[in-house]
Design a protein. Structure first.
Lengths: 314, 302
């Protein structure tokens, strides 16, 4: 299976965006090679600004550039974007509703060896709670590529979360992705598995394992955490009657939180959230960490059987 | 002076900023009127920040009546210079200036801080015409102004950017991140004005965090040109701001030495009036003092 990193898609997409949109400028905070924004820097050196190790400054500059008619994409690691510069994002970007795209690479535990300080497991919750913020988590190379392009057409504040490791490519290069929508990757009537980012391919594997046991799982790639594709999710949950939400994020406040909020108000069904259980990560290999923190096809399948049991038992 | 024509910036490398005695008198009268609006607004809002608004009056009048290239009746004019009030809590002075220049009717001032008002407790971009950035979380407007200046440089546009920062405000670390960017990028289209009234909420700047000094050397070390001025003298402010306009290659900071609460005797130098409005009797007294001052200006005694 072809494996590619979502951050690599961003670097490639930026070059295409740069060609099409002369108003786009790109900022980075001393991580241009890691975030892949250096691909834009090589092609459009005049429209690229490395601010050094200064994430707060980067977001403020992006706000000022947007106020003067530019369309800034600001990239750094997810922990530094969402956590370090949070108040700058809130006050200078989000309250005035500016057209600033925050592109956060190295999201989730899969940063790996860098450990807890660098593993962003809170960013989706932090960004999702900001009024007017668009929050996107692509699952693979092509969805990351397409969603980066979609952001170039979108207006307003947005947060795009990308990852470090190479993960299986799920989509073809021509697949289209609309902000606020989701992808139905597998149909099923027993249980809905809702996933985002790196957990989408894990969810697909879990669905295969469940199928062997006679359980038909529906798999949704909910790459748009905000705006949440509420009708797609609630339609599926109503149909199957139970759900599992999987994300490389804390079980508090991320996609799991969003789906639980939705479900409680329109389709209360048993739901299990699979993610990092309200604790920090640690150093280790990607696969080791996913294993230790329960982000595996086996754990997802277990969760599916559990909600299925609860659905039938009630 | 209400409809005074706008003077474009930069003509004659700062020599266009001469100040005749008649103009100075006129500006003093305008400043006095702005002070009247500030105390009245904060009284009517029953909240707000009169102290740090009063200290910035001459700075703001210099900008809005002389240095800024702007069109009050065309607030989104592309060629306008930008002003960012990084010390957003001092918005009474900004709102009073915008109203006086015709951005919105003066009556709006009495809605300040009230439900549904375009004049929010801290300035919000998009709410009132003439507000160029959302500020109030200190230190941020400064970096936003640097971003604007960067955009104008990139496009080789002549627009200038002015940003007003407080002396307590520059204790925020992100100010210095952005200060480095501004000098590194050679943003000579950017002028920062430091309203140095020496007071912050918990006491004097010296008491709270005296290591903020020396100011001049700190800014110089960050690559900025530094000009100092008496922040209540139009003559000195014009010289300093004119020098900033004619400076090439680096951004300029004007350290404006000011008095918090300036113009209202019982507010002058008082930390207590940082975020406290006047009472009814204090308002009366303040307005009486300002009326006396107006007479003195007209009679050439102030």
């Amino acid at each position: 299976m072809d494996k590619r990193a979502t951050r690599d898609a961003y670097g490639e997409a930026l070059v295409e965006i740069g060609e099409r949109h002369p108003e786009v400028v790109v900022l980075d905070a001393d991580l241009a090679e890691s975030t892949r924004s250096h691909r834009f820097a090589e092609r459009f050196p005049d429209r690229f600004f490395d601010v050094g190790v200064a994430e707060q400054d980067m977001i403020l500059l992006a706000a000022g550039l947007a106020l003067a008619g530019k369309k800034p994409f600001a990239s750094t690691f997810a922990v530094f974007a969402a956590c370090r510069a949070y108040d700058q994002i809130r006050v200078s970007v989000a309250i005035p509703g500016l057209d600033v795209k925050i592109v956060a690479s190295h999201g989730g535990l899969s940063v790996g060896e860098d450990g807890a300080t660098h593993q962003s497991i809170e960013d989706l919750a932090l960004m999702r709670v900001i009024p007017g913020m668009t929050v996107l988590v692509p699952a693979d190379y092509w969805s990351a590529y397409r969603l980066a392009l979609a952001l170039a057409e979108h207006r307003g504040p947005a947060y795009l979360r990308l990852g470090r490791p190479k993960v299986p490519v799920i989509y073809g290069p021509d697949e289209e992705f609309r902000i606020g929508d989701a992808k139905l990757l597998r149909g099923g009537r027993d249980v809905t598995i809702i996933a985002c980012g790196h957990m989408v391919f894990q969810a697909l594997r879990a669905a295969e394992a469940l199928a062997e046991r006679g359980v038909e799982a529906e798999v949704l790639d909910v790459y748009s955490i905000k705006p949440l594709p509420s009708s797609v999710i609630s339609y599926s949950l109503k149909k199957t009657g139970c759900g599992v939400v999987v994300e490389e994020h804390s079980v508090v406040g991320g996609l799991g939180g969003a789906v639980a909020e939705l479900s409680s108000s329109c389709c209360p069904v048993p739901i299990k959230r699979v993610g990092v259980a309200d604790r920090y990560g640690q150093s280790g290999g990607v696969e080791e960490l996913w294993e230790l923190y329960g982000l595996t096809p086996e754990k997802i399948a277990d969760a599916a059987l559990e909600v299925l049991h609860r659905k039938r038992g009630f | 002076m209400e409809d005074s024509s706008v003077v474009p910036y930069g003509e004659g490398e700062g020599k266009g900023f001469e100040l005749s005695p008649e103009e100075e008198t006129e500006l003093k009268l305008i400043a006095n009127g702005i002070r009247r609006d500030i105390v009245q607004m904060t009284y009517m809002a029953k909240s707000g920040h009169p102290g740090g608004s009063l200290s910035a009056v001459e700075i703001m009048v210099s900008l809005y009546w002389r240095f800024l290239s702007h069109r009050p009746h065309e607030p989104w004019w592309e060629g306008r210079d930008r002003f960012v009030l990084s010390k957003g809590h001092a918005c009474p002075v900004l709102y009073a200036c915008l109203a006086a220049r015709g951005y919105f009717p003066k009556d709006m001032l009495w809605t300040f801080r009230k439900l549904g008002s375009i004049l929010q407790g801290h300035p919000e971009y998009g709410k009132a015409p003439g507000i160029e950035a959302t500020t109030g979380s200190l230190g941020q407007g400064f970096g936003v102004a640097v971003g604007m200046a960067l955009a104008f440089k990139l496009d080789r546009r002549p627009n200038r950017v002015y940003v007003l920062v407080g002396d307590g405000e520059i204790q925020e670390g992100c100010v210095w991140e952005s200060a480095m960017t501004a000098s590194f990028r050679g943003l000579d289209n950017l002028t920062a004005i430091l309203d140095h009234n020496g007071l912050q909420i918990d006491g004097s700047v010296r008491e709270v965090k005296g290591s903020l000094y020396p100011l001049r050397e700190k800014w110089e070390a960050f690559g900025w040109k530094v000009v100092e001025a008496d922040g209540h003298s139009f003559r000195e402010l014009f010289r300093a701001l004119g020098e900033a306009v004619s400076t090439r290659g680096v951004p300029t900071v004007v350290i404006a030495h000011t008095v918090k609460g300036k113009g209202v005797s019982f507010m002058e130098g008082k930390v207590s009036f940082h975020g406290k409005p006047p009472t009814a009797s204090e308002l009366e007294e303040a307005l009486r003092e300002l009326a006396d001052r107006e007479r003195a200006i007209r009679e050439g005694r102030a």
